[in-house]
Design a protein. Structure first.
Length: 114
């Protein structure tokens, strides 16, 4: 379960940036092609955040569609699978999104510190 290691890194990064302040909410963007299970991330977040400034924080996950741009016709399209072709039939494309994992934002509790 690589989600545990990933969420540990996320929690550590947010703790460092929060500088002793309590965190209310963390928002992640996860691409559809990352092989990360959002439910596993949520479960691991609750476990890892316990006893930290993120204890009780809400984890929001936004799944990002996989978009690609065809090198032949220039059309941007949604990839349903890793091997999807462009509507024009070509498989020569650049992936624009769908493989990211990033902390988009987090919300601090201005009145609470650890």
């Amino acid at each position: 379960m690589h989600e545990l290691a990933l969420i540990q890194s996320v929690v550590e990064m947010v703790i460092e940036h929060a500088q002793g302040r309590c965190v209310r909410r963390v928002k992640l963007e996860i691409g559809k092609f990352t092989c990360i299970t959002p439910d596993a991330m949520r479960f691991c977040f609750d476990v890892v955040a316990t006893g930290t400034p993120l204890d009780g924080a809400r984890l929001e996950i936004v799944e990002i569609e996989a978009l690609a741009r065809c090198r032949v016709c220039g059309e941007t399209f949604v990839q349903q699978t890793l091997w999807s072709s462009c509507p024009c039939g070509e498989r020569d494309y650049d992936r624009l999104s769908g493989d990211e994992l990033q902390v988009k934002e987090y919300e601090l509790d201005a009145d609470a510190t650890v």
